[in-house]
Design a protein around this ligand. Sequence first.
Ligand SMILES: Cc1ncc(C[n+]2csc(CCOP(=O)(O)OP(=O)(O)O)c2C)c(N)n1
Ligand SMILES: [Mg+2]
Length: 365
Amino acid sequence: MATIRSRSKKSEADVPPVAGSGGNGVGPEELPVDTDTLLDYYRQMLTIRLFEEAAQTAFRKGKIGGYLHLYIGQEALATGFLHEYQTGDRIITAYRDHAHALLLGATPRAVMAELFGKGTGLVKGKGGSMHLFDVQNGLWGGYGIVGGHIPLGVGLAYAEAYQKTGGIVQLYFGDGAIHNGAFHEAANLAGLWGRDGMCPCLFILENNKYGMGTSVERATAMTDLSAKFDSYGIEHEDVDGMDLVTVLETARRAVARVRETGKPYAIEAITYRISPHGAADFLERYRSKEEVAEARKRDPINLLEQRLLEAGAVDEQQLAEIRREARAVVDDAVKFAEESPEPPIDELYTDVYADSAYATDSPVG
Ligand SMILES: Cc1ncc(C[n+]2csc(CCOP(=O)(O)OP(=O)(O)O)c2C)c(N)n1
Ligand SMILES: [Mg+2]
């Protein structure tokens, strides 16, 4: 079944280096030479966007239960960093995980069916939106407890080094999670283990300005979030998370560095959650409409579209064709999810306990 990943995966040698850029208003001369690849990323980001908009509609119609947190506005981050994924790497994130699963190779059908809680879903309908897993493709979850996955990510990185797999971990988490004790304990160990090259972990702090309805300014007295990594001896840099080209360039360098040194490194990605915190968050009393409208001017998909148009890499007609194709992929996924059966009852305890006899033998079984 089709995935949204690159259609013609090029070998490293074929891909020219991405030109450095300053973020805003980068001219055509600074575009990466390989505009085909950029166009492919545009297609992926657009597909993710339409996928999530369709999921939001389904949620509001009551077809998706539980929670649904969208990645709208943040697509350039996972797209840029996961382009550096190599087999054996492990990716771990919080509950805004749809883009990660899709980019790593789960099919839109399987991810949408999972959101619908259907038996054909990525984890057989038992995880839902926040708990996507696809270990074969490198996705180690999908977690709903804020900050709870950070020690797991650091532990996975230690395992990569200990087992000499050559793999690294990309650990995504939010500005809200950095205040959680789990972050500080895990970052301390990461810094310590990293001294011996035993923690190839790339911390990707997605600063989207809010943890639910609480702005960064209301959550911490020290708003320079990446400076918190200094306490643990972890070097870091910031990136404009709305600009895919800048993200690509940073990701290439940062991932190579972690892979080569076995030491942790951190990125603070400055981004913005254009969508509400969750699909059930209609009121958004904590931020103004004007603020959201301002952020939309730097919507990562529009920025990339402008770049491609300015570079002459694409015309309006081709863009319309890409939109039509992306729409078809998403419509197909929704149809598949709607028509899929509920999980069979005998699936209730499979993949839940390591000892499969446990559930049925125990009093609760
Ligand atoms: C330990 C814990 N405390 C509180 C919550 C409720 N909660 C869900 S999302 C969230 C905000 C997290 O913000 P951030 O880490 O910035 O992620 P974002 O939603 O912005 O992607 C909170 C407090 C939770 N899920 N887990
Ligand atoms: Mg946040």
